[in-house]
Design a protein around this ligand. Structure first.
Ligand code: ADP
Length: 481
């Protein structure tokens, strides 16, 4: 400890720099100990000054009372001489000495008091600021005197009256008091250092625990959480926030893992099929034209499926990384819908497609992705509606023209209520066999996730009404500009 203090005194700047990199507990301890030291020093100094001041003031008052009494007795006709000071004229402890013109002592009530010449010699040139300017302070080695003078004219002669008050006892008391205060200051400082060290260590203990938990959290052990301190303070808040952040990270990480494993799973099937058909072709394809045709068309269809899947995966990956570029502009929705429907009618041979209403409405969006979204819903309707089914679209201005309400309906397989939320999740398919059974293109389970991302980017609200065996309607509420 002493070495530390010496180092501080010798290289203060170096030590301050070192403190900057110290632990928070050390910083807090040092700061509070320094503040306490300052307070203690100030308190001691003020106490000392106050006591000093009051002692001097007390002596001053006693001298003044004594001087007044002397003046009163002179007025009452008391004669200056060796008998002058009887009847306790001056207060106890006050020494009166009267000298005549020639400086000869005419009267004194204490003959052991130092002679005037010695007193003059030891008079302090610069008395303390709290001493009365009309009086002087005399400092001997072991004593301090307060000295007041008064000249009196008596029977044609000038007499000088000296009043003295010893304040030695008070000075000793003060010196002892100063020593005690100094010791208390040093003791207080070290106590503050020790207490501060332990208290701040204890207060910061949860942070140390958090650090050690955080160190143990790894990709394989993402379920670890920080113990939340029982007190409701900033550290509790920090621990809770940290745990929530870990929850979100864990969710995101799991989602990512699921996405990767689902994607690989989805890609494995077409690759297996392609490999199977290429084996078949290499064995029988050269000799059997029927097998050759079937093999080539199957490989092509699987490759197309794969291509679609990869494109969708890339779209979602770009969306997740916020790299999917949208060129938003003002679009006339009725034109977009009419265009999508026209192309739909051209390619849809097995279903009745009808545009029931197409109100005018300017919206703000990216044409490419808006078209993609509408296509996803309409493709689903085609996929999940048996041949001969009906697909209708209506677009109406609603809510005083603030929104366009677009409903895309089919009378196909429908979705059970318990699955209606899940269909928007990535890779979720209600029943993988049903599309194949209908002879349609097998889905990837990504269409609706892409559509909901596009809708979100355009502040479009999506809702769904669907009943098994009756059909599905997708409702879109698109803001109008
Ligand atoms: P997919 O590529 O499988 O169509 P989607 O994300 O577009 O992927 O759809 C998810 C699931 O929701 C589909 O597998 C299907 O079972 C169901 N679904 C979507 N649209 C409809 C619809 N119009 N009618 C019946 N089921 C639907």
């Amino acid at each position: 400890m002493l070495l530390g203090i010496k180092a501080w005194l010798r290289h203060p700047r170096l030590m301050f720099n070192r403190l900057r990199y110290a632990q928070i507990s050390t910083k807090i301890t040092c700061f509070y100990a320094a503040v306490l030291l300052l307070v203690l020093i100030l308190t001691s100094a003020l106490t000392g000054l106050g006591v000093y001041f009051s002692f001097y003031h007390q002596a001053e008052v006693e001298l003044e009372i004594s001087m007044n009494r002397v003046l009163d007795s002179l007025e009452q006709g008391r004669i200056i001489g060796s008998d002058f000071g009887r009847d306790d004229m001056v207060l106890p402890g006050v020494v009166l000495r009267i000298t005549d013109n020639a400086g000869k002592v005419v009267y004194e009530n204490d003959s052991h008091y130092p002679p005037l010449s010695r007193i003059e010699e030891h008079t302090v040139k610069n008395p303390p600021f709290w001493a009365n300017k009309n009086m002087s302070v005399v400092e001997f080695r072991n004593a301090t005197l307060y000295h007041a003078r008064m000249d009196v004219e008596y029977r044609g002669q000038i007499y000088r009256m000296h009043f003295f008050k010893t304040i030695t006892a008070e000075r000793h008391f003060l010196e002892t008091l100063q020593k005690i205060l100094f010791l208390m200051t040093i003791l207080g400082f070290f106590l503050a250092l020790i207490a501060g060290f332990f208290v701040s260590r204890r207060i910061l203990q949860p942070i140390r625990e958090m650090t050690s938990t955080a160190r143990k959290i790894e990709v394989e052990k993402m379920d670890r959480r920080i113990v939340v301190p029982p007190a409701h303070d900033e550290l509790t808040e920090l621990a809770e926030t940290f745990n929530h952040m870990l929850d979100r990270l864990e969710d995101g990480f799991k989602q990512q893992q699921r996405f990767v494993s689902d994607a690989s799973h989805e890609l494995r099937t077409p690759v297996t099929v392609i490999l199977g058909y290429s084996d078949l072709l290499s064995r029988w394809g050269r000799s059997d034209p029927a097998i050759l045709d079937e093999g080539i068309s199957s490989i092509r269809s699987e490759a197309e499926n794969m291509q679609q899947l990869i494109e969708k995966l890339l779209f979602l990956a770009r969306a997740d990384q916020k790299r999917q570029v949208l060129h938003k502009e003002s679009i006339e929705l009725s034109e977009l819908i009419a265009d999508v429907m026209k192309k739909m009618e051209l390619v849809t041979k097995d279903h009745h497609v009808e545009l029931l209403a197409n109100d005018d409405g300017m919206i703000y969006g990216d044409v490419v992705t808006m078209r993609q979204m509408l296509r996803i819903f309409l493709d689903n309707s085609t996929k999940y509606t048996p041949k001969g089914g009906h697909i209708t679209v209506s677009s109406r201005r609603v809510a005083d023209g603030k929104f366009m309400q677009v409903d895309l309906s089919d009378d196909g397989l429908g979705i059970a209520p318990e699955n209606q939320q899940k269909v928007f999740e990535r890779f979720y398919r209600v029943d993988t066999s049903r599309t194949k059974a209908e002879g349609g293109v097998s889905g990837t389970g990504l269409g609706l996730s892409i559509a909901s991302w596009i809708a979100e980017q355009h502040a479009i609200k999506i809702s769904m009404t669907s009943a098994l065996g009756k059909g599905t309607t997708i409702h879109l509420q698109i803001p109008v500009i």
